[in-house]
Design a protein around this ligand. Sequence first.
Ligand SMILES: [Zn+2]
Length: 221
Amino acid sequence: MESHKKLMLANKAWVADKLSVNPEFFSESSRDQAPEFMWIGCSDSRVPAEDITGAEPGELFVHRNIANLVVHTDFNMLSVLQYAVEVLEVKHIIVCGHYGCGGVKNAMTHSDLGLINKWLRNIKDVYRIYSRELEAIADPAARFDRLVEVNTMEQVQHLAETSIVQRAWHLHGRPHIHGWVYDLRTGYLKELALMKPGSRVEDIYTFDFGESPKTPKKLQD
Ligand SMILES: [Zn+2]
């Protein structure tokens, strides 16, 4: 059998399985979505968000890219973030990194990989910030693991530095932002960081929403 046909067959089995548990499953889930969580994870095929968290359709609003990055000029990520926070009103955003991340591993080398150099540059910037700590780790595998962790924690900070998150904190007291790491070797998730609504953000990254936060301030000359 051609490999892609296996996926189509598996889909039929999945539908039958869902209907056997709840005959209304698809009519219910097709009505609307109200996920409590936004997930920012790596594109890596071994880190399927729903599978590793046991989440059902409708529970996670997912954005994935190489090495689970939050890049402030990435309109794809920002659009997902804005929709999740302002329309779906998610209570939690989870950034999930994973040990063995190919994106992080390649960012630690001097390899010229073409276009993706630009994307991995963001991880090299994280390396530079933590270079003293990382270069004090003699074991290359342990250093790699640590860069995966600090990269995830930096992306949590990047979320808190967006006006989207800060405005939601100011107006609604949500969302919580979590930094987790997934261990391919054991299957377990580990918590690395948690930023509660209103957490301190470096001063230069804070926005002043004034008295009427919903009305953007008129730009001044
Ligand atoms: Zn990865």
